[in-house]
Design a protein. Sequence first.
Length: 86
Amino acid sequence: MNKLVRDHYPVSKLPEDLREGFNPVGTVRVVIEVEDRVPALHVETKPMTGKDVAEAIRSYKALGRPSVTTEEAVARIRALRDEWDD
């Protein structure tokens, strides 16, 4: 969570609606924090069942994307890594 803290901040520099009730020549401590997501926007999701997972796998495989062997994946990664060695 991001947080900004200013100690001894002049009341005179605050926006007018925040100055109410404070001595105009005094100082305050200002803390600004980013709020967490608005709870109303959070959508509850249920965990996937085994049947749902199997269906998702079948759907993915039906897209026809070629699978990659471990050796092919390692070779690709090494080639990318070795580009930086030159």
